[in-house]
Design a protein around this ligand. Sequence first.
Ligand code: PLP
Length: 281
Amino acid sequence: MIGYLNGQYLPQENIVISPEDRGFLFADGIYDVIRSYNGKLFRAKAHLDRLSYGAGALQFNQTDFGYLEPVCERLIQDNRLYRGDAVIYMQVTRGVAPRSHAFPPIETPLTVYATARPFQPHQQEAETGIRVILVPDQRWARCDVKTIGLLANTLAHQRARTSLAAEGLFVRDGAVMEGTHSNVMAVFDGKVITPPRTNYMLAGITREFVLRLCGELSVPFLETPLYESDIRNADELMIVGTTVEVTPVIAVNGENIGSGEPGPLTRKLQMAFHRSVGFAE
Ligand code: PLP
């Protein structure tokens, strides 16, 4: 596979990153993942805007990553990923410098890395729905920045896997915030409820897109806190994200949601999502 590092396209095995990279030493970096459907990037600009937002939040010396869109397109072409599903992974760190908590000199070049690979959608999970568990949210207070410091997410996700669940949903002060790599939406009395955007959750591109679909389909929705104590009474539950798309959730902590089967509104949004990909900007 061909990857991208600091302006160069190289065979993946020839890409070398310094052990003094601040991403390696401090998780001092951000990332994003873009899905491509039949060679067409899905919502690339929104993902790159989020990467740029993160670079601003971390006070990087460069905060506009719009130029990576043609890089992503070239990675699709060079890796012959123009048929079927693929994902592009992009990561930007504060660059290479001797280890010190203080930022390196402002002119230190960032490390900009991107790679593409084929992606196998989770068809079974999308069809039958998944089980999730609730996990305490032990992350920091800037979850709106998509940083590479993901240990709280990986630990929570592994805990879910060990409990034979497919995803963990973070709970902070009694409110369900989001999944370890997804956002969450519930249905109560025909209305879609999803937690509002705050610094304690990532503004998911898929979340935004699904809310837009709700508008187009005249499905009422509300961005309001989703409490742990209410979630068992939801009629339907789903997670949304770049890799999971719209995936029904059929049980939380071993208790069924609704009938214990994917709900009708979830199915409607899932179908609308699948119809839209490849067509939406
Ligand atoms: N929340 C978290 C913590 C994530 O890591 C992700 C995606 O990786 C999402 C939500 C969903 O975001 P998006 O729809 O932009 O992929």
